[in-house]
Design a protein around this ligand. Structure first.
Ligand code: SAM
Length: 203
């Protein structure tokens, strides 16, 4: 069994300036995607390479992993990726304009098993409210986890939400989804849960 250690997101509460997309991306007409908690960045790099016509921002709370990935991104000459060190929830709320984001990715978020720590889980009421404002109508939220209890919790939250509905996107999972996390899941005999939730602002 892996011992999971987590960084408390509430330790990163600093408010952020709005980001000007033209300052960070060469082409601002591209779709805009956001990954929260990219860890080693396996998905982020692969996805950015395969989708040069999309811009992707990655936000990660652990500074050291941001620095490591930044070097790899620079060496790989990827111009459609921008990395931020900080709390992804605050970044989405403060730094991006409303109706800006096409896809939000949250893969293997920290599970925060104790009930008194549930408020640290990234899928929470306030975060989904922010998603509704910042994501475009029809935008999608992609989630994965190998923690059954966390999956039930997240799925329940989203199924009850009036603006999100569960949809299929098999092409996405087959073509773009990559993570080193599956090695841990297999070792611990854990199944992986994958889900896509589409936002409808008309409901
Ligand atoms: C379990 S790891 C998964 C990493 C990666 N997504 C993957 O699938 O391999 C969760 C990551 O999310 C980061 N994280 C947790 N809460 C965060 C938050 N509020 N904002 C940004 N990053 C966060 C952690 O530091 C950690 O790197």
């Amino acid at each position: 069994m892996r011992v999971r250690t987590h960084t408390n997101p509430f330790n990163y509460y600093h408010r952020l300036e709005k980001i000007v997309l033209a300052d960070i991306f060469e082409n601002t007409k591209c779709s805009l995607d956001l990954e929260i908690g990219f860890g080693r960045g396996v998905f982020l790099r692969n996805y950015a390479q395969l989708n040069p016509e999309r811009n992707i921002i990655g936000v990660e709370i652990r500074k050291v992993v941001v620095e490591i990935l930044q070097k790899k991104i620079a060496a790989g000459d990827l111009h459609n990726v921008f990395l931020v060190h900080g709390n992804g929830e605050i970044f989405l709320e403060d730094a991006l304009e409303d109706n800006a984001v096409d896809r939000v990715f949250i893969f293997h978020p920290d599970p925060w098993f104790k009930k008194r720590h549930y408020k640290r889980r990234v899928i929470n009421e306030k975060f989904l409210e922010t998603c509704v404002r910042k994501m475009k109508n029809g935008a999608k939220l992609y989630l994965s986890t190998d923690v059954a209890e966390l999956w039930e919790y997240m799925e329940d939250f989203l199924k009850k939400h009036p603006s999100f509905s569960l949809v299929q996107d098999d092409v996405f999972w087959q073509t773009y989804y990559q993570t080193h996390w599956q090695d841990f899941s297999q070792k611990d005999h854990r199944s992986c849960f994958l889900g896509v939730f589409q936002l409808s602002k008309n409901s």
